[in-house]
Ligand binder design. Structure first.
Ligand code: DGL
Length: 265
C-alpha cells in the first residue's frame, strides 16, 4: 500500500463534509480527496437508475485517476441505491453511509422515531430492511426533506436561509399520526448534520438527532488500522462542474482541511 494513497469521500455536494469531520478526528494524518458531484446535485430527486449510473461511472473514473486506498460514499441516497453495485465493479474497499436507524432505535424512549432523508432515500427497500431489522417494535415516520439539501449548500456558501425551511421539515414529521411523540430524529442525508443547529431550534429541545458519521469514521479507521499515511500534496476538493459559487465555499472547505478546489473532467 502506497502511504500517500488517499481516502476518497464522495457525495453529490457538500453533505459528505459532515462525514469528513468525523474521519478527520479518527485519522488526522490520512490524505483525503473530497469529491462532490455538483453537476449531478441533487441526487434526491433523481431516479434510481440515474443515481446508480452517475455514482458507478464517476467512482470508476475517479478511482482510475487517483488510486484511492478506500472510498467512502458519504451520501445516503447514493449508498442506499448503489452501494452493492459499486462494490461489484470496483476493486477498492467501499464504505457506505446508511440511515442510523439502529442507534436511533436504541436511544428512543417514546418509541417514535422520525427520519429525514431525500425523496429517493426514504423510498428505498434498504431503509425498509433497516427498519424491519432494528426498529420493528418502534414507529418510524419518514419525511422527504430535500429542501434541506439546498439549505446546507447555501449555508456553507455563507448565504442566508429562510428559517421556514427548517420549520417545514419539523412539521413534515410532527404532523403525521403519532408524530408529536417523536423524541429521536435520524438525519438520513449527510447534508442535514450541517444544519443541525437550525433543525434543533425547529424541533425543540426534547428531540435529539442521530447520524452515521461517527460510526463510518470508526469503520474506516478499522479498515485502515495497519496502514501508514503520508501526504504527497495538500488535501483538496474535487467538483464535477465548475461554477461561480465554488469560490464561496473556500472558507468552509478550509475548515475541513481541504486547501484547494479542482474540477474533475
Ligand atoms: N447528501 C446526500 C445524501 O446523503 C443527498 C443530497 C442530494 O439530494 O443530492 O443523501
Amino acid at each position: 500500500m502506497d502511504a500517500s494513497a488517499p481516502i476518497l469521500l464522495f457525495d453529490s455536494g457538500v453533505g459528505g463534509l459532515s462525514v469528513l469531520g468525523a474521519v478527520r478526528k479518527a485519522l488526522p494524518g490520512a490524505p483525503i480527496i473530497y469529491a462532490a458531484d455538483n453537476a449531478g446535485l441533487p441526487y434526491g430527486t433523481k431516479t434510481e437508475a440515474e443515481v446508480a449510473a452517475r455514482v458507478c461511472g464517476l467512482l470508476g473514473r475517479m478511482s482510475e485517476r487517483y488510486r484511492p486506498r478506500l472510498i467512502c460514499i458519504a451520501c445516503n441516497t447514493a449508498s442506499t441505491i448503489a452501494l452493492a453495485m459499486v462494490r461489484d465493479v470496483l476493486n477498492v474497499p467501499i464504505v457506505g453511509t446508511v440511515p442510523a436507524i439502529k442507534p436511533a432505535a436504541e436511544l428512543t424512549r417514546s418509541g417514535v422515531i422520525g427520519l429525514l432523508g431525500t425523496a429517493a432515500t426514504i423510498r428505498q427497500p434498504y431503509v425498509d430492511r433497516l427498519a424491519a431489522d432494528f426498529a420493528a417494535d418502534k414507529k418510524l415516520l419518514r419525511f422527504a426533506a430535500g429542501e434541506l439539501v439546498g439549505a446546507a449548500e447555501a449555508r456553507l456558501r455563507g448565504k442566508p436561509v429562510d428559517p421556514a425551511v427548517y420549520q417545514r421539515a419539523a412539521a413534515g414529521l410532527r404532523e403525521q399520526p403519532g408524530g408529536d411523540a417523536i423524541d429521536t430524529v435520524v438525519l438520513a442525508c449527510t447534508h442535514f448534520p450541517l444544519v443541525v443547529d437550525e433543525l434543533s431550534v425547529a424541533f425543540g429541545p426534547q428531540v435529539r438527532f442521530v447520524d452515521g458519521a461517527a460510526g463510518i469514521a470508526r469503520r474506516i479507521a478499522h479498515l485502515c488500522a495497519a496502514q501508514s499515511f503520508t501526504r504527497s500534496r495538500p488535501d483538496f476538493a474535487l467538483f464535477t462542474k465548475d461554477e461561480v459559487s465554488l469560490a464561496a465555499l473556500t472558507p468552509a472547505l478550509a475548515g475541513y482541511g481541504l486547501e484547494a478546489i479542482e474540477v474533475f473532467a
